[in-house]
Design a protein around this ligand. Structure first.
Ligand code: UDP
Ligand code: MG
Length: 313
């Protein structure tokens, strides 16, 4: 079962009855003419409708069923771990993405990219969804500085080698290109079609924006400070300790030289508070540093990523 093939197509499905058979057929239609070996992996993310039954009617198919609804990122991860392809294609299971765009993505990939992401330039979603998504895209560009327009589009191709270096958690599948780019992998983009959902309902609401925002901050931190958390916490700690000390120093000067009354003023308290905060930041930083060293060690990985090692001559 573990021999290599060219392409794995991974699709997460949560209550997508009515879409599954059609999707499977469209993927076959798009992939059969490619002349490459491929597998289709459907991951049922704890559906309570007929999704599972419909999956079982699809052939050929690698079917993974999660025990309950763990979320789209978990479903993708389960699919990735099963995938045998050199390239891994992801897409949504609600037919909002079009499998017919697959050849376009693969062609772009051949230009030498490690990841090619779809860009739903003519997106068919509700106004509020587009609004939230575009705001998130702008913020993402500022914080994470990735080079794509539309990270939320599930239709993407990854080189399996690149993808397998990433740990997925939370709702992070949207940020995989940003994470890979920060490790030096190259990310390209092509415009793809997008359709309104015709069967079933969306599984997301405003809560996703909140989670997405927190994930984004986490990734920003990870990209910038993963290998040196003490710089972040220690830097903050120094600022707090310095401000607190300056305030206390000034209070002391007022008290000693001007005989000012300071007992009913807020500043002495502020000074002590800031110094304590600063010390805590330092302690946090030390702990984070130890944790991160263990993290890299346990995974036998470093905070850099090697492209080639070659013996010449
Ligand atoms: N999905 C999933 N688990 C979830 C939520 C969604 O596997 O907990 C799948 C869903 O079946 C679909 C894809 O993720 O294939 C995108 O979901 P949806 O279409 O609801 O998101 P939207 O397009 O509205 O952003
Ligand atoms: Mg959708």
């Amino acid at each position: 079962m573990s021999e290599k093939i060219d392409i794995s197509i991974v699709v997460p499905l949560y209550n997508e009855e009515g879409n599954v058979l059609n999707l499977h057929k469209k993927i076959l239609d798009a992939c059969n003419p490619l002349g490459e070996t491929f597998e289709i992996i459907f991951v049922d993310d704890g559906s309570s409708d007929k999704t599972v039954e419909e999956c079982k009617q699809c052939s050929p198919l690698t079917f993974i069923q999660l025990r309950k609804n763990f979320g789209q990122t978990a479903a993708f991860d389960a699919g990735f771990k099963q995938a045998r392809g050199d390239k891994i294609i992801t897409m949504d299971g609600d037919l909002q993405n079009d499998p017919a765009d697959i050849p376009k993505l693969l062609e772009k990939m051949r230009e030498g990219f490690d990841v090619v992401s779809g860009w739903r330039f003519d997106r068919k979603d509700s106004f509020s969804k587009k609004f939230f998504s575009r705001t998130a895209d702008k913020l993402r560009k500022i914080l994470l500085k990735d080079s794509i327009h539309d990270s939320g589009c599930s239709l993407k191709v990854y080189s399996a080698d690149a993808l397998k270096t990433i740990d997925l958690f939370g709702e992070m599948h949207r940020f995989i290109p940003a994470l890979l780019e920060s490790d030096g992998y190259t990310v390209g983009e092509v415009k793809v079609s997008h359709y309104a959902r015709t069967v079933g309902v969306t599984k997301y609401n405003w809560k996703r924006s909140v989670k997405g925002f927190v994930d984004m901050i986490m990734i920003w931190f990870w990209r910038k400070y993963a290998s040196r958390p003490l710089h972040f916490f220690g830097g903050g700690g120094i600022i707090f300790i310095f401000s607190g000390s300056a305030i206390l120093f000034w209070m002391a000067v007022e008290k000693i030289f001007y005989n000012a009354s300071i007992s009913e003023r807020i500043w002495p308290l502020m000074g002590v508070f800031l110094i304590m905060l600063g010390v805590q930041f330092f302690v946090f930083g030390f702990l984070a540093d130890i944790t991160i060293k263990n993290y890299y060690k346990s995974r036998e990985r470093m905070n850099y990523s090697i492209k080639v090692v070659e013996m010449i001559g």
